[in-house]
Design a protein around this ligand. Structure first.
Ligand code: CLF
Ligand code: SF4
Length: 514
């Protein structure tokens, strides 16, 4: 397929080249078969706990296929942007300071610029011209989208007219939601996130000191009860209107951690599509109530344990990056700095929106082919994993350095986060990401960063990278983590399964192949 000039440069990079299967995936001598499956752990559906596209009915699959938050697979390939048009809020959360972004959908950080709806639409065109991966535009603060309904809906109207193929996405605390469901549906906003941290007002009173509702301020348990009722009503109405609803919950140890299992059951029963349990971000420097009173966030292990408990017939999101209310780019990166008000008007004036849309379509066709190849490679690698009696429950956590595109394509020293997979004979499952300090600082190795990186990778048996130096390799080995660069630029899941087959399920094969 010929790609338009604007994405040829991208396609030339190793991370986007097409390939039918990773060359390193070598069929192993002890092949998996239906007969040898008995006694093994049940095969997972798809590669990730969150919204595995292939396991969904076609009409739903099409709606999440290119949404980086609703599909873990899509987040390797597609970007989102937030337009910060909603400054006001109608409630107070104990983890929020109004000087910072909405913590429901963002890590604490000042929004660089608040936009008018017109500025927001111009910014969307400018970003789309530079980032062909863009598939979704969301409104996620810095306050609450529906506490600012005129600005929010005017913005969506303008974006819809300017770039109708982009998906519209909205995030809200839910208080005003029941009043706006019809408008949301009629505008074609197909994805809505509600942040629901409790279904018991007694718990809620420890999270929300007050709400402002129907021109009156409510406090304590009464405030939490009203908020809870409005959230449930809004969720039910959205589901009845056919909108895909994601529920975000902030995990606050000692306050709602155990309670989130009940929240999960309640939102599942009402038809929520996806549940995203996020860690509380708490720091005295942010000036929030929880930050100032020393409330801690959960450890990665506590978060994973809760997510595992909640995982059932409802999809769990594990790849959230708690991004800013003005975030731009792939999840985990923020290119917002490239699109300040001074530059977006000039970019937007210099482009032909129709050609930009064509480029976007060409990129999507390219990614469709790439995803098909990745799925085929994954299935082939899974079929080749040997199932050895006595090892059916074996699984390993493995870290991966990636810049996206579903490939192992980042140098160890350039990684600011590692993706973590749980790998077993049943599949390779994305379970989260861990942030680290950069090891390579402007061409120099930062040895002082190494202890922190090793700590962040604690529990991982290996880290798969595009390249790694001798010193960090040695330090990782001392921490019990094998650095593996033999899968550089190959597909992540197929490589993980190949690694697992050789080193865990059947280490003698690895020894003879080494
Ligand atoms: Fe933005 Fe949220 Fe839409 Fe995604 S974010 S409004 S659903 S387009 Fe995504 Fe960011 Fe997590 Fe939100 S990674 S904070 S879940
Ligand atoms: Fe802050 Fe968002 Fe909570 Fe409002 S809903 S108080 S903006 S975190």
């Amino acid at each position: 397929m010929a790609l338009p000039p604007s994405i040829v440069a991208l396609s030339a990079s190793p991370s986007m080249r097409t390939a039918s299967a990773p060359r390193r995936v070598i069929p192993l001598t002890v092949a998996r078969s239906a007969a040898t499956d008995s006694g093994c752990s049940t095969a997972q559906q798809g590669g990730c706990g969150s919204a595995s596209s292939s396991a969904l009915p076609e009409h739903i699959r099409a709606r999440v296929h290119d949404h980086p938050c609703y599909s873990a697979e899509a987040h390797h390939h597609f970007a989102r942007m937030h337009v910060a048009v909603a400054p006001a809020c109608n409630i107070q959360c104990n983890y929020c300071n109004r000087k910072f972004d909405c913590a429901n959908e963002s890590r604490p950080g000042v929004v660089s610029e608040k936009l008018t709806p017109e500025q927001a639409a111009t910014k969307v065109l400018a970003v789309a011209a530079r980032i062909p991966q863009l598939s979704v535009v969301g409104i996620a603060g810095p306050g609450d989208a529906l506490a600012n309904p005129e600005k929010t809906f005017r913005t969506f109207d303008l974006i819809k007219a300017a770039a109708p193929d982009l998906r519209l996405c909205l995030s809200t605390n839910g208080l005003a939601l029941p009043d706006h469901v019809e408008r949301i549906r009629d505008l074609g906003v197909d994805h809505v996130t509600i942040t629901i941290n409790m279904v018991d007002p007694e718990v809620g009173a420890r999270i929300y000191p007050w709400i402002y509702y129907r021109h009156k301020r409510f406090h304590g348990v009464e405030a939490a009860r009203i908020l809870h009722e409005r959230q449930m009503l809004g969720l039910e109405r959205l589901v009845a209107a056919g909108v895909l609803v994601k529920v975000n919950s902030v995990m606050i140890p000692g306050i709602n951690d155990a309670h989130l299992v009940a929240v999960n059951a309640a939102v599942k029963a009402r038809g929520a599509f996806l549940h995203n349990i996020m860690p509380l971000i708490s720091d005295p420097a942010h000036g929030t109530h929880f930050g100032l009173t020393g409330q801690r966030g959960p450890t990665p292990e506590e978060l994973k344990t809760l997510q595992d408990r909640c995982e059932g017939d409802m999809q769990l999101m594990r790849h959230c990056r708690q991004c800013r209310a003005d975030a731009v780019g792939m999840l985990g990166e923020d290119r917002g700095g490239e699109f300040g008000m001074d530059s977006i008007a000039a970019i937007a004036a210099s482009i032909d929106p129709a050609r930009v849309a064509e480029t976007r379509q060409a990129y999507r066709a390219f990614v469709d082919k790439e995803r098909g190849d990745q799925a085929a490679a994954r299935e082939a690698a899974l079929a080749a994993v040997p199932v050895v009696t006595g090892q059916v429950d074996a699984s390993r956590l493995v870290a991966v350095a990636t810049k996206g595109s579903g490939r192992i394509n980042q140098h160890f020293g350039h990684a600011e986060e590692f993706q973590i997979y749980e790998v077993s004979a049943a599949g390779a499952r994305f379970v989260g990401h861990r942030k680290v300090e950069l090891y390579c600082q402007g061409g120099y190795e930062d040895d002082e960063a190494m202890p922190g990186i090793a700590q962040a990778l604690a529990g991982c048996s290996a880290v798969l990278v595009a390249k790694i130096g001798h010193c960090p390799r040695k330090d990782l080995a001392a921490a019990g983590i094998a650095a593996v660069e033999g899968y550089a630029h190959e597909y992540i899941e197929a490589s993980l399964l190949d690694w697992f087959g050789k080193t865990v399920a059947c280490p003698t094969v690895a020894a003879s192949a080494a």
